[in-house]
Ligand binder design. Structure first.
Ligand code: ADP
Length: 628
């Protein structure tokens, strides 16, 4: 039944000029009806510029503002619903006083009919209100999910090194879930219950002000005191619960991602122990908030029962004195009973309100993070470049206390291949990240063809720049899907050409469906050499002017290594390339070699020049040669 798959399936068959392709005639009508009910999902326009209104703080009020008319309708329905429901005891009073006591059967019949009518109105209004707010809640959640996700996509790379993936997952799952509860039921239900309290208090005051004041005087102050206590006790609790969920999910995420390392080092038991600790903390946080709720609920109920006893005692005497009718007393008793259901419900709802607010504050913090690399307002597009790169007086540190680069000057000609070498942690990858503008330097400039990178848009820069990371990431999909990451509009023939250019022809021939063969999540079904080749093919497909390539450190077998060497020859031809060379064999082939150490450039020159100069590179080279 593929034709019923959803709006996209039906839209695409309609687009193909086959509105009812393959559907038997007698089903067409039903199908059309289903299609008509399907919501439209237009391609969303996502704005990627960092604008001021995105920085607007996320609060319940600012979030709900655009939906004010819908909320007004919801509140109107709530009013109808509440009034219809609370007419019951009043009708009972009339039935008793004017029907039972006065002995008038027709009054009883009328009252019963009106009673049924109010129940019907109540049920109708409830049905409409619940389905309406349910839809509204889902719309709000959709908006929030897209807003949070596009905010995360917009962040610079440092955001992802600073934030744990699991914590970000929590924001998108459990925090948003908590808000869904609040928007779909919580807020409107709070209005229902709050309004019920007000209606009942008003009716009581009208029925008999003295008895009402006495009853409310017993109930309200004690309940208020309890509520204030509960608010304090649970507020801290819910923030803790949200933090613990984040810990829990991030531990889970790390354990899943790192399962190979964990198994290899026999860390499974240690891991279980640690996870248990985290689960225990989560449980403790929940138990703490449950404890507060456990005290509040029964205490509030107890206050209510005391109130009822007081009404019976005083009201009963008033009836005996002839000051109050039996119907009034009955209505009082019924209303007071109905008074406690909303109080108990409000406590529950307050829980979900607290959770929602805690989630909101976490999301607010997340949405308030500014990307560290932002396009300037006057940034223009980088025109097509030859690829001459210049670093002048570049200072940079991931944290200001610990500078990694302290004054790097380097100029790379268009079309030149340079290899960056140096000890581990010297800052080789950091230079590459600055050229790709994943970070902005703290001082100094990085420019391409004389355009400082800070004056051009990131989009236009990345279009002419290819980055091959040390550990290429493969998405769940086919080889073709993974290649198209570089150029979504590429034809199949171009994909094959790119794959063959980097020497993947043998590999493709060995796969069951060529470029349409699936590769699995994280590319575990390909060897690391094959993944490297795929990453190189991606770069080839993008045809960037400048290529930044972080050489794989993992040990490749000789065949893969020579394949990759050949792929590099094709790929680097005619391009400016920065190779972060972890192996001197790769460095040797570059036009020039740059030695980075102690926060700066120590030596620059061709392999032969540097070996002849007998400096730092010559030393490294000798050590390496001795080792091979
Ligand atoms: P190399 O590529 O030469 O091995 P890097 O450029 O990766 O070295 O790192 C240089 C220094 O910066 C190292 O001390 C490293 O620990 C630190 N560093 C690298 N990336 C980050 C990061 N995202 N946050 C903080 N420190 C980092």
């Amino acid at each position: 039944m593929g034709g019923f798959g959803g709006p996209s399936a039906s839209q695409s068959s309609t687009a193909a000029g086959l509105p009812h392709a393959g559907v038997p005639g007698h089903l067409v009508e039903q199908m059309t009806a289903i299609i008509e009910r399907e919501p439209e999902h237009p391609e969303p326009v996502i704005e990627f510029d960092y604008t001021a209104d995105e920085a607007e703080l996320l609060t319940l009020r600012s979030f709900l503002r655009p939906y004010r008319p819908q909320l007004v309708l919801a509140v109107a329905l709530v009013i109808v619903e509440t009034l219809a429901l609370q007419a019951g005891p009043l009708l009972t009073k009339i039935g008793i006083d004017r029907g039972v006591i006065a002995g008038d059967r027709s009054v009883l019949v009328v009252v019963a009919l009106v009673f049924v009518a109010t129940i019907v109105v109540h049920a109708g209004a409830s049905w409409w209100r619940i389905s309406f707010t349910g839809r509204l809640g889902e719309t709000l959640m959709e908006r929030l999910r897209v807003r949070v996700f596009s905010h995360m996509e917009r962040q610079s790379l440092d955001f992802y090194t600073d934030e744990k993936a699991g914590v970000l997952m929590t924001r998108m799952t459990s925090d948003i879930e908590a808000l869904t509860m609040l928007f779909q039921e919580g807020l409107v239900n709070m209005a229902v219950q709050g309004l019920t309290l007000v209606v009942i208090a008003t009716v009581l005051l009208i029925l008999d002000p003295l008895l009402a004041v006495i009853a409310l005087f017993v109930v309200v102050p004690a309940t208020m005191a309890l509520a204030i206590w509960f608010k304090r006790a649970s507020e801290i609790g819910y923030l803790r619960v949200r933090d613990r969920i984040a810990d829990l999910l991030s531990d889970l995420q790390e354990s899943l991602a790192g399962i190979r390392v964990i198994s290899a080092f026999n860390r499974r038991d240690v891991n279980v122990a640690r996870h248990r600790q985290i689960v225990d903390d989560y449980r403790d946080a929940n138990v703490e908030t449950a404890r507060a709720a456990a005290i509040f609920g029964p205490a509030a109920e107890g206050v209510g029962i005391v109130g009822q006893a007081v009404v019976l005692l005083i009201g009963g005497r008033m009836v005996l004195d002839g000051r109050l009718s039996i119907g009034d007393l009955t209505a009082f008793a019924l209303y007071l009973t109905a008074f406690f259901a909303p109080i108990a419900a409000l406590v529950q709802l307050y829980n979900s309100y607290q959770q929602g607010q805690a989630a909101m504050s976490k999301l607010r913090d997340l949405l308030a993070t500014r990307p560290s690399v932002i396009d300037r307002l006057d940034a223009g597009d980088l025109p097509p470049v030859d690829g001459a790169i210049e670093l002048t007086g570049v200072h940079f540190g991931y944290d200001p206390e610990n500078p990694v680069l302290r004054g790097v000057d380097l100029s790379i000609d268009a079309g030149e291949t340079i290899a960056i070498v140096g000890p581990t942690g010297a800052g080789k990858s950091t230079v590459a990240k600055l050229v790709s503008r994943f970070y902005d330097p703290d001082a100094g400039t990085v420019s391409i063809d004389g355009h400082p990178l800070t004056t051009v848009t990131q989009m236009s820069l990345r279009r002419q720049l290819g980055v091959v990371p040390q550990e290429p990431f493969l998405f769940n999909g086919t080889v073709a899907d993974n290649l198209r990451v570089a150029r979504p509009d590429a034809e199949d023939a171009e994909l094959v050409e790119a794959a063959e250019a980097v020497g993947m022809a043998d590999l493709l021939a060995g796969l069951p469906h060529g470029i349409d063969s699936p590769v699995h999540e994280r590319g575990t079904s390909l060897s690391s050499g094959e993944r490297q080749l795929l990453a190189l093919a991606r770069a080839f497909l993008a045809r960037p002017r400048v290529l930044v390539l972080d050489e794989a450190t993992s040990n490749l077998d000789l065949k893969s290594e020579s394949q990759i060497e050949r792929a590099l020859d094709t790929l680097l031809d005619g391009r400016t390339a920065i190779l972060i060379a972890h192996r001197l064999a790769t460095a040797k082939r570059a036009d020039r070699i740059v030695v980075i150490e102690d926060g700066g450039v120590q030596e620059v020159g061709s392999h032969d020049e540097l070996v002849a100069a007998g400096g730092r590179y010559a030393e490294m080279y000798q050590t390496w040669e001795r080792g091979t």
